[in-house]
Design a binder for this molecule. Structure first.
Ligand code: NAD
Length: 497
């Protein structure tokens, strides 16, 4: 059985593990590796390496830093097949989806190759006689990135390229179910010429996260995961003096107006609800059908969902893989059972799906539940599975009321052919990322990504301009260079007064 180590100070590191965690292929149900869990001493070692490396890295010329980022971008491209295969084996998503997440992550590396532009400051001359002022941004120091299982390459890439390019050292804590992409990233950074200690990976469970949150050698934390853990990270991290951004869970809604192109909407809703088995924070688990279009819309979505081929992620023609583990599958089936018992209509039922040759995999088929009550857990909880709930509203006002009553506010979309309605929705909706006829409105890397309400604890969104701000501190420098000329100018100014 393969053992997955940590990566500290430019090399694999075994150290003194506090335990091991099995890494399981969700498509077969079989264990594929043992992940070493870091002890407090291992974390201390990673922090010490990062602190040693950070000062010199922050003073490394921007031209060198951007050049390393450019090489890293090329290396990720060259190794994307290897990385995608790791993701399929540990996460279960299909190969093209794994390639897609690496591409989206690589966009942040693209942005980091131009960090010299993003870091340009301001300069004013003669704010007083012979006095100038300029502003600059300097790195915060050592940054920890705590990551969820569902995007093993992309979410860490939302963090480390900008943190590193702005002059910080980084410690990534991958999810225990999907650690290998982070280790490959570490090897690629080394090959790209990044100095040892600037990028480190430590794996572990909640005890390790607790250690990170309290560690005096860590200055800032980027967290992406579920809301209950985001809340812990935000509260404990900030109470230990750290800068924290904590992106939480989601329950994204799309309103479908009666004037929408229902064929277009149904096709895109099906892809958004069931892609990656619904295990995306920007997945679309809820549709609000307005003005009596519900039955027609449900039939059309079902027609698309029935064409989705569920199977092992590396197999040809597979659109959707398994969910992450047996517990997740059981929880999702329980939510569908409960909705059915409450009287909802199961328009498409994926509960009994078995994939031939992969009977032990954690597969579920696409499931559509119509007429869901707003107090049913399948509506109010984050399902994080291939399930679409349809609720009904008579008017736009009722529909936006439903969307905005969700405690989450990650993404939200509307399908309409009326520009005025689309514009009004974009302004009315309480969510950080909004789509008009775009069901998964994930911003490109040169914009920032983040939600509102329980989908984001902390102030700043991740990557893009807000990411640069998060990983840097502002400084304003006021300068005067006394000389005979400036002295004389000051005196004559005072005489005139
Ligand atoms: P999770 O919250 O269970 O785990 C995230 C990280 O926190 C992992 O590294 C895990 O080891 C650690 N962790 C788990 N429980 C902990 C605890 N009690 N104390 C301290 N640390 C703990 O999330 P997950 O199941 O890995 O990922 C799915 C969740 O992430 C979903 O809720 C999804 O919406 C969310 N997510 C959000 C975004 C976003 O951008 N908002 C993006 C991706 C995923």
């Amino acid at each position: 059985m393969r053992t997955i180590p940590h990566w500290i100070d430019g090399a694999e590191y075994i150290g003194d593990p506090s335990g091991e965690s099995p890494v399981v292929d969700p498509g077969t149900g079989r264990e594929v590796a043992n992940l070493l869990l870091a002890s407090p001493a291992d974390l201390d070692r990673a922090v010490a390496a990062a602190r040693r490396a950070q000062g010199a890295w922050a003073r490394t010329p921007l031209s060198v830093r951007t050049s390393i980022m450019f090489t890293m971008r090329e290396l990720v491209l060259a190794h994307q097949d290897e990385m995608a295969r790791m993701i399929v084996q540990e996460h279960g998503k299909n190969y093209s989806d794994a390639i897609g997440e690496i591409q989206r992550g690589r966009e942040t590396l693209d942005f980091a190759t131009a960090i010299n532009v993003a870091l340009k400051g301001e300069h004013s001359v003669d704010i007083s006689t012979g006095v100038d002022i300029f502003s600059l941004r300097q790195p915060v120091g050592v940054v920890a990135g705590i990551c969820p299982f569902n995007f093993p390459a992309m979410v860490p890439m939302w963090m480390h390229p900008l943190a590193i390019a702005t002059g910080n050292a980084v410690i990534v804590k991958p999810a225990s179910a999907t650690p290998s992409a982070a280790l490959l990233t570490a090897r690629l950074y080394k090959e790209a010429g990044l100095p040892d200690g600037v990028f480190n990976v430590v794996s572990g469970d909640r005890e390790l996260v607790g250690g990170i949150l309290e560690h005096p050698g860590i200055d800032a934390i980027s967290f992406v995961g579920s809301t209950p853990v985001a809340r812990i990270v935000q509260e404990v991290g900030t109470s230990h003096g750290k800068r924290v951004q904590a992106l939480g869970g989601a329950n994204n809604h799309a309103i479908v107006m009666p004037d929408a192109d229902l064929g277009f909407a149904a096709q895109h809703i099906s892809a958004a609800a069931f892609g990656a088995a619904g295990e995306r924070c920007m997945a679309l688990p809820v549709v609000v059908a307005v003005g009596g279009i519900g039955p027609d819309l449900a039939r059309r979505i079902r027609a698309h969902a029935q064409t989705i081929r569920v199977g092992y992620g590396m197999d040809e023609g597979v659109d959707m893989g398994p969910v992450i583990d047996a517990a997740s599958k059981k929880r999702i089936i329980g939510l569908i059972d409960d909705a059915e018992a409450r009287g909802a209509d199961i328009v498409l039922d994926g509960r009994g799906l078995v994939v031939e040759g992969h009977e032990e995999g954690f597969f579920l088929g696409p499931t559509i539940v119509d007429g869901v009550a707003l107090d049913a857990p399948i509506y109010s909880e984050e399902v994080f599975g291939p399930v679409l709930a349809i609720v009904h509203a008579d008017t736009y006002d009722e529909a936006i009321g439903i969307v905005n009553s969700s405690p989450f506010g990650n993404g939200a979309a509307i399908f309409t052919n009326d520009g005025g309605t689309g514009r009004r929705f974009a302004l009315d909706v309480e969510a950080g990322m909004v789509g008009v006829n775009v069901p998964i409105p994930t911003p490109v890397a040169y914009y920032s990504f983040g939600g509102w309400k329980d989908s984001l604890l902390g102030d700043t969104h991740i990557h893009g301009p807000e990411g640069v701000r998060f990983y840097t501190r502002a400084k304003a420098v006021t300068t005067r260079w006394p000389s005979e000329r400036t002295y004389a100018a000051t005196m004559s100014f005072q005489r005139e007064e």
